[in-house]
Design a protein. Structure first.
Length: 218
């Protein structure tokens, strides 16, 4: 009888210690996820949550309980997160697994270069990148470090690199001219810097940039 009582106490003690340890583990998971989400405009991917300890079943439970909002396949957000202008850039950067850089028309929008208002998000991605989505236009390329500005949870091409991308793309001459004028007016770059790098964008782009500069510096 005494032995059975002792064994019962041992089991109770083990259960309590196990429950306490699991509660501590879940709290660590929650704090880790919150810290990550706070650095990513409230977003977290399924893969990131899995790395923090949340099984896919646990992720479903968090969504069903209202603790997380399912934004898209494999992407969640903390509820009641206040909207911000950079939300879309963070979201699609996470979609690209951090490999995409906001560029072209979208970067022009970020830097307030002209009146471009793209319907889809433009991302420069590594040449081997293969993911696709109707909401995204990908531009396979290899960006130089000096051409990228880091905003933590997302990155964007510099104003100068953005002008080069616009000039060699399908943006109209009027839009390129407006973008160049806006960049110069805001002091984001200089005529000399633009001309120094325009040749690397190709003959067509260099000509379009020269026309834009001619109109901007009259």
């Amino acid at each position: 009888m005494l032995r059975r009582f002792h064994e019962t106490n041992v089991l109770i003690d083990f259960d309590e210690r196990y429950a306490a340890r699991m509660a501590g583990t879940r709290q660590d998971w929650r704090l880790g996820l919150q810290r990550l989400a706070f650095s990513q405009a409230g977003y977290v991917t399924a893969a990131q949550a899995r790395n923090l300890g949340y099984s896919y079943q646990a992720q479903k439970y968090q969504v069903d309980s209202g603790n997380w909002l399912r934004v898209d396949r494999g992407l969640f957000r903390l509820p009641d997160w206040p909207p911000a202008p950079e939300d879309q850039w963070v979201r699609w950067t996470l979609w690209s697994n951090g490999r995409g850089v906001v560029s072209h028309d979208s970067a022009a929008l970020v830097h307030d270069l002209g009146e471009l208002d793209p319907r889809r998000v433009h991302l420069s991605v590594p040449v081997e990148f293969r993911a696709v989505d109707p909401a995204v236009v990908t531009h396979p390329t290899e960006l130089l470090t000096k051409d990228v500005l880091d905003h933590g949870a997302w990155r964007v091409t510099t104003p100068l690199r953005t002008l080069l991308d616009l000039a060699r793309g399908d943006t109209t001459q009027e839009q390129v001219t407006a973008a160049v004028a806006a960049a110069l007016e805001q002091g984001l770059t200089t005529v000399r810097r633009i001309r120094t790098r325009s040749d690397e964008a190709g003959d067509r782009a260099a000509l379009r940039i020269e026309r834009a500069l001619g109109a901007a510096v009259k």
